[in-house]
Design a protein around this ligand. Structure first.
Ligand code: G4P
Length: 539
């Protein structure tokens, strides 16, 4: 296996510089799961493709709430998988595929230093891809593109490249050029080496771990292609050179350009090449904007201070232990097992059992570095958005809550279970599954979500994990806004809208509006108050 780790001594070879933390983004059905499996297989992290799903099945039988996942056949849980390849340590963050989980996905992407965008070759850029790229844009995360399903009829290559450029406003730099698609798919030309990479069908001596067989365009490729195919490929490559942008590493790292690769995740073609491209181009851990003692500052991956932030909390991963695992993305320092860290909320924590997640296993992490993701088991101390650091003075910004687009009232079948319900809803809100608002008048709970599926997951979990029968009814409110502005104006507003005022889980005041129209109307009538659509956690 080629060692693609950066050359050099000292700081250049520091463990953190060898971390590559990334996520795969796609519209559902473009092939994210298949690609994940095959990336892990090509990297040697699992023996054969197919195990990710098998592992998923195991997990599902362990955890009741994943019934929904099984019933719907979609993945709703985010996780991380660590593997070694080409002298580097990769942390692959799994982003939930369904639209309703965009908030969760957003938070996961805040923990990634780069992303692979998977497009279906027959469809190009689809709506969900567009949304996810917008999220990547917020932090200018570099994106590498994989055009999947070349073994099926595909759109014209130039059309696909134009689609990326037009819809995503990204310069699309083809790194390869395909010849044919579907039954006529023969392979791709590597535009850098000018080698022809032959598509070998399964059962025709195909060895995905080794990558595609290569032939020089001026030599062996001629024997592998018909004269027409050869000509088509040469013309395509010329066209690419004339009209497409040339790959510029800096532009990619700044998030303006995406290098484009082609293949078939299912047929394991182009996956090894994609892995190599990631190893060659994807950036390591980046500088993290944060505050230190309330002042704006930066965390550098090589800094001494051990600091990281919680981007995901998963409860009840193992129903035998009521455990909660907080996924912490480290931003700086050398973490050692047993370290005492503090949250930015002033809570101290000895991290005795930090976990790293490999494709087949979890292992205790004796040490971890910037770029790594460790799972920290805890009993509710850690919440999404918390920063953990040696001094406790750091706070990583930018993990917002978004205004929910769906509000539901929780109604108990057995009113004596009110206390239990409160605990369950709070706990799920702390995990970030749903948001929770408590009406100031009457004290009723209103649950907020971005979409219906989120509500279903929550209802299922309240039932199976907490044993509470509850129905979620349509509330008379449609959306929520956090309030910001002079306190006298806010107090006056609260006074006038008593029945529509609630507190969120952090005690922040929220205005529950009956419609988008009511929000605009209130904005007009109260120009001194800002009605915020997103709130950064405990700002
Ligand atoms: P997702 O995670 O992005 O939602 O996509 P997933 O990998 O589940 O793939 C969606 C469907 O597309 C699956 O078919 C999968 O087999 C197929 N697929 C993925 N990559 C390729 C490819 O390169 N070529 C072809 N021809 N198909 C591909 P399915 O029938 O919906 O599911 P399954 O029964 O195969 O699991």
């Amino acid at each position: 296996m080629t060692d693609l780790a950066p050359a050099g001594q000292g700081a250049n070879r520091a463990p953190w510089s060898l971390r590559r933390t990334y996520a795969i983004i796609s519209h559902p059905d473009a092939g994210k799961t298949t690609l994940t499996e095959n990336i892990l297989a090509a990297a040697g992290a699992i023996r054969a493709a197919g195990q990710v799903r098998a592992r998923g099945e195991n997990r599902r039988t362990q955890s009741d709430w994943m019934k929904i996942e099984r019933e719907r056949g979609i993945s709703v849980s985010a996780s991380v998988m660590t593997y070694e390849y080409a002298g580097l340590t990769f942390n692959l963050l799994d982003t939930p595929g369904h639209e309703d989980f965009s908030e969760d996905t957003y938070r996961t992407l805040t923990a990634a230093d780069s992303a692979i965008m998977v497009l279906d070759a027959a469809k190009g850029v689809e709506p969900r891809t567009l949304k996810l790229v917008e999220v990547c844009r917020l932090r200018d995360i570099p994106i590498l593109t994989f055009i999947n399903k070349m073994d099926r009829e595909a759109l014209d290559t130039s059309v696909l490249l134009d689609d990326i450029a037009d819809k995503l406003a990204l310069d699309a730099a083809p790194m390869q050029w395909p010849v044919g698609s579907g039954n006529r798919f023969k392979g791709v030309m590597d535009l850098t080496s000018r080698d022809f990479l032959k598509y070998v069908r399964p059962g025709e001596g195909h060895n995905p771990g080794a990558g595609a067989p290569r032939f020089a365009m001026d030599g062996g490729a001629k024997a592998e292609l018909t004269p027409e195919e050869y000509e088509e490929l040469v013309e395509g490559a010329e066209l690419a050179q004339e009209v497409c942008p040339t790959f510029n590493p800096q532009s990619y790292e700044e998030g303006h350009m995406t290098p484009v690769y082609f293949g078939s995740a299912l047929r394991q073609f182009g996956v090894r090449e994609l892995l190599d491209a990631l190893a060659r181009h994807a950036p390591g851990p980046q500088t993290q904007v944060a505050t230190n003692n309330g002042r704006e500052d930066k965390l550098e991956p090589g800094d001494k201070e051990v600091a990281g932030f919680v981007f995901k909390v998963q409860a009840n991963m193992d129903p035998n232990h009521r455990d909660r695992v907080a996924f912490v993305r480290l931003c700086s320092g050398e973490f050692k097992r047993g370290m005492k860290l503090k949250t930015d909320q002033g809570k101290a924590l000895t991290v005795a059992n930090p976990t790293m997640f490999f494709a087949q296993d979890r292992e205790l992490a004796d040490e971890a570095y910037a770029g790594d993701v460790i799972g920290v088991p805890n009993h509710g101390t850690l919440r999404v958005g918390d920063t953990l650091s040696t001094s406790g003075k750091w706070r990583v910004a930018g993990l917002p809550n978004f205004a929910p687009e769906m509000l539901r009232r929780a109604r108990l079948k057995d009113p004596l279970k009110a206390k239990h319900l409160k605990k369950a809803l709070e706990s799920l809100a702390e995990e970030g599954v749903t948001q929770l608002f408590r009406l100031q008048v009457g004290g009723e709970y209103v649950v907020g979500a971005v979409g219906q599926l989120q509500i279903e997951v929550m209802a299922e979990r309240v039932d199976t994990e907490y044993g509470i029968e509850v129905t979620f009814e349509t509330a008379s409110f449609e959306t929520a806004r956090w309030l910001d502005g002079p306190s006298d104006k806010i107090d006056a507003f609260i006074d006038r809208h008593k029945t529509a005022i609630a507190e969120d889980i952090d005690g922040a005041i929220v205005f529950l509006a009956k419609s988008a129209w009511e929000v605009s109307y209130s904005e007009e009538k109260h120009p001194d108050i800002r009605f915020l659509k997103a709130k950064e956690r405990r700002a």
